[in-house]
Design a binder for this molecule. Structure first.
Ligand code: JJW
Length: 445
């Protein structure tokens, strides 16, 4: 055995509500911004929607059986806010909570620790009609929703994540416009980011006040950032991009301040978000772990055409996954070592890592995804290398348990350890799932 992970290492796999549940109009579920966006012509690949997705809402027992078969110690999933509060606020819909209570009990019965994400991008549409996350009122509605979830599930869920990838929710949803709600305004995006962060802090505070003794953190999508060359302009662009992608979220949460240089950069251009008295200290609540999602690395050059950060990613010729993301396992090691240093030995859980590839079901009905297996293998080697050099990594969740709705790309990007035939809803464990199962059994490889 080459590699042994720490005792009680959290081996898991992850999903998100809109990407797997389907049942989009059942049991009183309200519309979310992803229903609205995916039903708008031209927004997703071939008009794909999450109406049915993996039909997990009806098949969760079978899916837990699969998790058990793989041997997962923990399962990360998210809650659909609009199932619990169809209008985003007001009276809860009890049928919504019923589903998550069943899911959580079944997981616990099977010895699989639930890790719950409160917000994985599916904002109730009613709140978007009032400005969504750009409206500060949404922060209060989120905290009310979070409190309701803590009251109902708090005693049965040991791991909580407030937000998934606020960078992507804010920037891709409100500046690039390729995710819901499909807005393309930079100032709106930074305002959204600020409110997401504020709602994180207030939800953590509410969790502490609820008296439950589990752990709570936030999940950030993070890439290690390298300058494309030794050129001073590229180095400055890389520093800005690191502040834009990584530190804009991690610094407020862990240090109570936005990165000063980029804040000034945005202020000079009239783009800085409005920050009210007390906001930064509210965001800066102690958390129990930092969740990180990493898929690739950012090699950055100065780009005078890319307003307002003037930094762009370049390709370096490495092999790519089907997302077109270059495979750089060492990047995950570098990122972990960087975060450990920058944020004083913080406890880290890798809440997503994985790869999309063109999977095929062969004549024997098998999916031999050696490319994904290699991806996971080489990234996990680097996680282990980081642990060896003293980084406090407590867990790893593969993205994803099963093929699902990959947002704007619809069903065209398969990330699963488990293959899903979306016509029949048949599940097939891929070779990577059998391999991962062995890794878990051996606590290493
Ligand atoms: C879009 C690129 C500008 C998901 C994107 C960046 C523009 C610098 C996978 N993680 O399905 C998408 N995923 O739901 C959460 N990770 O725009 C889970 N990151 O950037 C997975 C990143 C992503 C993206 C998608």
């Amino acid at each position: 055995m080459r590699s042994n992970f720490p005792e009680n290492f959290l081996w898991g796999a992850a999903t998100a509500s809109y990407q797997i549940e389907g049942a989009y109009r059942e049991d009183g579920r309200g519309e979310s911004i992803w229903d609205r966006f995916s039903h708008t012509p031209g927004k997703t690949f071939q008009g794909d929607t999450g109406d049915v997705a993996c039909d997990h809402y009806h098949r969760f027992e079978e899916d837990i059986g699969i998790m058990k078969k793989i041997g997962l110690k923990t399962y990360r999933f998210s809650i659909s806010w609009s199932r619990l509060f169809p209008d985003g606020s007001g009276e809860p819909n009890p049928k919504g909570m019923e589903f998550y209570k069943k899911l959580v009990s079944k997981l616990n019965e099977n010895g699989i620790k639930p890790a719950v994400t409160l917000y994985h991008w599916d904002l109730p549409q009613k709140l978007q009609d009032n400005g969504g996350w750009a409206n500060r009122d949404t922060v209060c509605h989120f905290v009310e929703y979070a409190k309701y979830v803590f009251e109902n599930l708090g005693s049965q869920v040991p791991i909580w994540i407030t937000h998934n990838e606020p960078f992507v929710a804010a920037i891709v949803g409100n500046w690039i416009g390729r995710h819901a709600p499909g807005i393309t305004d930079f100032q709106t995006a930074l305002r959204v980011a600020h409110h997401l962060l504020l709602s994180h802090g207030l939800a953590v505070k509410a969790y502490r006040e609820s008296g439950h003794k589990g752990e709570i953190g936030i999940t950030l999508n993070m890439n290690p950032v390298y300058p494309a060359s030794e050129n001073e302009m590229d180095k400055a662009a890389a520093k800005r991009f690191n502040e834009y992608l990584n530190k804009w979220y991690a610094d407020p949460v862990l240090k109570g301040a936005y990165p000063a240089d980029l804040l000034e950069w945005f202020a000079d251009r009239g783009l800085a978000p409005e920050i009210l008295d007390g906001d930064m200290s509210a965001i800066n609540q102690p958390i129990d772990f930092l969740g990180i999602n990493n898929y690739y690395s950012s090699f950055i050059r100065h780009d005078e055409h890319n307003w307002p950060v003037y930094a762009s990613e370049i390709s370096t010729g490495r092999d790519r996954t089907k997302m077109d993301w270059e495979i750089n396992p060492e990047g995950l090691h570098d990122l972990l070592v960087y975060l450990d240093k920058e944020y004083g030995g913080i406890k880290i859980i890798i809440t997503e890592n994985g790869a999309a590839f063109n999977d095929i079901v062969n004549r024997e009905g098998k999916v031999e995804d050696d490319n994904r297996l290699d991806y996971l293998y080489t990234y996990l080697e680097q996680v282990h290398r980081a642990i060896d050099s003293g980084v406090n990594v407590k867990g790893y969740y593969a993205w994803s348990l099963m093929d699902n709705f990959e947002w704007g790309h619809g069903y065209s990007k398969r990330f699963g350890l488990v293959y899903v035939d979306f016509k029949t809803q048949k599940r097939i464990l891929k070779k990577s799932a059998y391999w991962y199962s062995e890794v878990i059994r051996n606590n290493g490889f």
